[in-house]
Ligand binder design. Structure first.
Ligand SMILES: Cc1cc2nc3c(=O)[nH]c(=O)nc-3n(C[C@H](O)[C@H](O)[C@H](O)COP(=O)(O)OP(=O)(O)OC[C@H]3O[C@@H](n4cnc5c(N)ncnc54)[C@H](O)[C@@H]3O)c2cc1C
Length: 526
C-alpha cells in the first residue's frame, strides 16, 4: 500500500516529465500519449511483482538510471527493478499490454547508451546478482558457474576464486556479464580460453511474449506464457544471443559459464614506453614497430592489454614526453623458458626509454587481477574502435597512432586514449557464433575514446571522435558492437558481417513487433 501511495504521489511529476520526452518512435506509446498507463495502472502492476517500480520522482531514480558514459544520459519513464524471472515476465507482459518501448539494463556500461531510452520502460536487472558454482558438471570438466545478469565481474571473480577457478570475463569491476557476453566478451584470458561467448553453456531468457526459455546448444526448454511446457531442438536463439548483441532478442535472466582451473603460477607484467621524447617522435616509430612484431609473435599463454594516450609527462630526468604506450600482460599457463624469453624481448628493448617496468609472480588470478582491477570513473566520452588484423599491423596504422598520440592536448586537439585487447590464440579456435569474423581473427581489439571535458564544446569533440572512428575502421575488419561509435554507417556489416541476415531473421521470429529495441541493435532499422 505504501508503494501504491508513493506511486500516486508522483502523478504531477510524470505529467510534467511527459512533455519533455521525445516521441522518437511513433509505433510505441510514450508518456503524454493517451495509451500510456495511468499511475493507478502502474500501481496495479507493482502489486504483481516482487521487485520495485521506480518513477522519476523517486529518490532512487537517479541511482538506478545512471549510465557510465554521461554522453548518453537518458530518462526512462518507468524503471522496473526486477528480482526474478517471473518479475521479468510480468514486466514484459505489462509493456506489451500498453505497447511501451522496452529497454534492458544490467549495469549501464554500454558506451552508446543502449540500455536506456527516454520515455521507455526500463527492465533493470541490477538487483539480480545471485550466483552458484557447481564443480561437478557433465558439460565442463572444471565445473560451471550460473550467475544472474545483474552481478558484476568483480563479484564473480571473487566467488569463483574460492573454488580455485577462473572464468572468462571483463576488465572492469562493475561491468555485468550480460551486455558484455551478448556482444562477444573479450578478456585478458581470451588468448588461452576464447571469448566469453565460447564459455556459455546455458542461458535463461524471457522473450517478448512472456515465455521463459532455458537455451542450450542442443535444446530449448520453454515455459509458455499459458503455463504449458514445450521442448525444441531449435537452437537459433542460443546462437543469436552469443554475439548478436544485448537488448534485442530477449532478456537474459542468467548465464551458465564454463569454469577453468587456476593454473599454478601467473606472471603479471606492466610497462610503459614514451612515443615522443622532447619532440622526437622517431622514438614512437621504433616503439610501435617493435610492438607490432611482438604482438604478431605472442604465444597463446600470454594475454593482456596495451594502452595508448596522448597525455603529457615530465620524466625524472626532466625530459618532456607526449604520448605513451603501456602494457598489462598476464601469463596464464605452465611457466617455462620460452614464456620468459618472450617477455625478455621487452626487457632488452631500450630500457633507457622505459618509464615504468614491473614483472611479478602472483599466485591466483584474483590476487593479480580480480581484486586490483580499477574501474574507470563515470565519464563523458566519444567511443570508437576496430578489429585490427595481423595485416593491419603492417600498414600506416602505426604512423597514424604515433601522429595522433604525440599531439599535445589543447583547445584544438582533444585527449585521446585507447585500449588494445590482445586477441588471437584460442579465440580463433571456436566458431558457430555470430560474432564478426574479424573478431575471431583479430590480433587486437582496439577501442579508443575522445574525452569530452567541456560540454559547451561537445560538437567539436564528437567531430574529432567521428574522424578518429573513420580512420580506425579503415585499418581494421569489423567493429566490436560493445565498443563502437554512435555514428556509424553500415553498422550491421561492421558489427556482424555475413551473420547479419540470419540474426535479423531470428529477431523477426522472436520479436516480430520489435518491442525490444536499442540503438544499432539487430532489427533497430525496421
Ligand atoms: C569500464 C569498461 C570496461 C570494459 N571492459 C570490457 C572488457 O574487458 N571486455 C569487453 O568485451 N567489453 C568491455 N567493455 C564493454 C562492455 O562489454 C559493454 O559496455 C557492455 O555493453 C556492458 O554490458 P552491461 O550489461 O554491463 O551494460 P548495460 O549498459 O546494462 O547493457 C549493455 C547492452 O546489453 C543489453 N542488456 C543488458 N542486460 C541484458 C540482459 N540481461 N538481457 C538482454 N540484454 C541485456 C542492454 O540493453 C544494452 O543493449 C567495457 C566497458 C566499460 C565501460
Amino acid at each position: 500500500m505504501a508503494r501504491l501511495f508513493q506511486l500516486l504521489l508522483t502523478a504531477g511529476i510524470l505529467v510534467v516529465f511527459a512533455t519533455a520526452v521525445p516521441k522518437t518512435c511513433s509505433k510505441r506509446c510514450y508518456p503524454g500519449n493517451d495509451c500510456f498507463p495511468s499511475l493507478t495502472e502502474i500501481a496495479m502492476f507493482q502489486q504483481l511483482i516482487d521487485g520495485y517500480v521506480v518513477l522519476p520522482s523517486n529518490n532512487t531514480y537517479k541511482d538506478v538510471t545512471y549510465m557510465h558514459n554521461k554522453l548518453f544520459t537518458r530518462f526512462p519513464a518507468i524503471v522496473v527493478m526486477v528480482l526474478s524471472t517471473d518479475d521479468i515476465k510480468q514486466s514484459m507482459l505489462f509493456a506489451r499490454k500498453y505497447n511501451l518501448h522496452v529497454v534492458v539494463k544490467s549495469s549501464g556500461h554500454d558506451y552508446i547508451g543502449r540500455s536506456s531510452w527516454s520515455g521507455s520502460i526500463q527492465i533493470n536487472l541490477g538487483y539480480m546478482r545471485k550466483m552458484k558454482v557447481m564443480l561437478s558438471s557433465s558439460r565442463s570438466v572444471d565445473g560451471e558457474l550460473t550467475v544472474e545478469s545483474g552481478a558484476n565481474w568483480q563479484e564473480i571473480y571473487q566467488e569463483v576464486d574460492k573454488y580455485n577457478r577462473v572464468v572468462v570475463g571483463g576488465s572492469s569491476q562493475t561491468v555485468s556479464p550480460s551486455g558484455y557476453t551478448l556482444g562477444g566478451g573479450h578478456s585478458i584470458l581470451s588468448r588461452m580460453l576464447g571469448l566469453a561467448v565460447d564459455q556459455v553453456l546455458e542461458m535463461t531468457v524471457i522473450t517478448v511474449n512472456g515465455s521463459i526459455i532455458k537455451c542450450t546448444n542442443h535444446t530449448s526448454y520453454i515455459n509458455n506464457p499459458d503455463g504449458s511446457f514445450s521442448v525444441t531442438s531449435d537452437t537459433s536463439l542460443f546462437w543469436a544471443l552469443r554475439g548478436g548483441g544485448g537488448g534485442t532478442f530477449g532478456i537474459v535472466a542468467s548465464f551458465t559459464f564454463k569454469l577453468h582451473k587456476v593454473k599454478r603460477q601467473y606472471v603479471k607484467v606492466t610497462m610503459t614506453y614514451p612515443l615522443s621524447i622532447n619532440g622526437n617522435s622517431s622514438v614512437g616509430q621504433e616503439v610501435m614497430q617493435f610492438y607490432s612484431n611482438f604482438v604478431k609473435g605472442m604465444p597463446n599463454e600470454w594475454g593482456g592489454y596495451s594502452f595508448l594516450s596522448n597525455a603529457q609527462h615530465v620524466t625524472k630526468t626532466n625530459d618532456s614526453v607526449i604520448g605513451t604506450l603501456g602494457f598489462l600482460y598476464c601469463h596464464y599457463g605452465g611457466w617455462n623458458d620460452s614464456s620468459r624469453k618472450y617477455m625478455d624481448l621487452w626487457n632488452d628493448f631500450h630500457p633507457e626509454w622505459r618509464l615504468e617496468y614491473s614483472v611479478r609472480n602472483i599466485s591466483t588470478f584474483w590476487e593479480g587481477f580480480g581484486s586490483v582491477m580499477t574501474d574507470s570513473p563515470w565519464s563523458r566520452v566519444y567511443v570508437t574502435g576496430s578489429f585490427i588484423q595481423e595485416a593491419g599491423l603492417d600498414t600506416s596504422l602505426k604512423d597514424f597512432i604515433v601522429e595522433t598520440m604525440t599531439r599535445p592536448i589543447n583547445d584544438t586537439n582533444p585527449m585521446y586514449a585507447c585500449v588494445g585487447t590482445h586477441l588471437g590464440g584460442r579465440v580463433t579456435d571456436f566458431s558457430d557464433t555470430p560474432v564478426h569474423p574479424g573478431f575471431r581473427h583479430a590480433r587486437l581489439c582496439l577501442g579508443c575514446v575522445v574525452a569530452i571535458p567541456d560540454i559547451t564544446r561537445e560538437d567539436f569533440y564528437i567531430q574529432k571522435g567521428k574522424e578518429l572512428s573513420q580512420r580506425l575502421i579503415s585499418y581494421g575488419n569489423g567493429t566490436y558492437v560493445n565498443e563502437a561509435a554512435e555514428y556509424m554507417s553500415n553498422w550491421q556489416q561492421n558489427y556482424w558481417g555475413p551473420h547479419y541476415s540470419r540474426l535479423l531473421s531470428i529477431k523477426r521470429e522472436v520479436d516480430p513487433d520489435n518491442i525490444l529495441t536499442c540503438h544499432h541493435c539487430v532489427g533497430s532499422e525496421l
